[in-house]
Design a protein around this ligand. Structure first.
Ligand SMILES: [Zn+2]
Length: 294
């Protein structure tokens, strides 16, 4: 059945693009304290409700050439970019699970429905998509809403309890990951504030890293933290270089220090990189018979 993996891949892309569309609503409305369900989306300029056929992820934005159908006001390209990113991420997260989910023997036997792999995939996607929403809100507002970041470590620990053996992160590693990551970053934050008198990181970052430790396990925490710090630093340097022309008199360290950059988006970037690369590495090693996933 060669059409089955293709159908599943297309479904994963569509599924992700719908979640991306919903994330755009969450990122816009949650910091403003608005309901994410009602009312339906409206044009930010003229207030006209957006018709369903103008609300198709990515396609509608391209079709309308990035403009509102009523008032022709420009619509930010960020919306289709988020939708496309979540679609690709949805497929990337689904890939390692497809062989288990599409196992013909399991599909033919109703009692053997692969509900645990399905739950593992759905849980991973739910946590990763929520990370994305937190990263975007952090980038916009420097805040991390508790309604998103507080339940995440618990969701990830519950996921480890039910599907830990499939995902390679058992309950112990998930709990240790959450506690060590959360406490560790909190301690770092406290020390930094004591030594410099300034707040470098926020409690939002602590909750976010705790959920990263809970989903990816203890071993991933130092790697993700290092990857996030290096990429954040690279971004800050690049930003300082590119904006040097219009920046103030201060240069180098002084201006870099004054440059406030949210850490959350880089934590999420590092976590997603670890998740995808780790799976890819495990897949390659398994393919060569070097390592068998537990
Ligand atoms: Zn409009």
């Amino acid at each position: 059945m060669p059409w089955l993996p293709l159908t599943a891949a297309i479904f994963a892309l569509l599924w992700g693009s719908l979640w991306g569309s919903f994330l755009n609503v969450v990122v816009y409305r949650v910091p403003a304290g608005l309901s994410v369900v009602r009312p339906r989306s409206r044009c930010g300029s003229c207030g006209t409700p957006i018709a369903a056929w103008h609300n198709i992820p990515v396609v509608s934005w391209l079709w309308l050439r990035g403009r509102c159908a009523s008032c022709k006001a420009a619509i930010s390209p960020r919306y289709p970019v988020v939708e496309a990113t979540v679609a690709v991420l949805s497929l990337a997260l689904a890939m390692p699970w497809l062989p288990l989910l599409l196992d013909p023997a399991a599909l033919l036997d109703p009692a053997g429905l692969p509900w645990r792999p399905a739950l593992a995939l759905a849980g991973e996607q739910a946590v990763v998509f929520t990370w994305l929403a937190i990263a975007l809100i952090d980038a916009d507002t420097f805040l991390s809403p508790d309604v998103l970041s507080l339940p995440l470590p618990l969701v990830a620990i519950a996921l480890a309890a039910v599907t830990g053996d499939l995902r390679g992160v058992d309950l112990r590693m998930a709990v240790l990951g959450a506690v060590v990551a959360g406490l560790g970053l909190w301690l770092l934050m406290w020390l930094y504030a004591r030594m410099t008198g300034r707040e470098g990181l926020g409690l939002g970052d602590v909750k976010l890293l705790a959920s990263i430790g809970a989903l990816l396990g203890l071993a991933a925490v130092p790697v993700v933290l290092l990857a996030a710090a290096l990429q954040g630093l690279a971004f800050a340097l690049l930003y300082a270089l590119l904006s040097r022309g219009k920046a103030t008199e201060e240069r180098g360290l002084t201006s870099l220090r004054q440059l406030a950059i949210p850490f959350g988006p880089f934590l999420v970037l590092g976590a997603v990189e670890w998740l995808l690369l780790h799976r890819l590495g495990a897949g390659l090693m398994a393919a060569q018979g070097l390592w068998l996933p537990s």
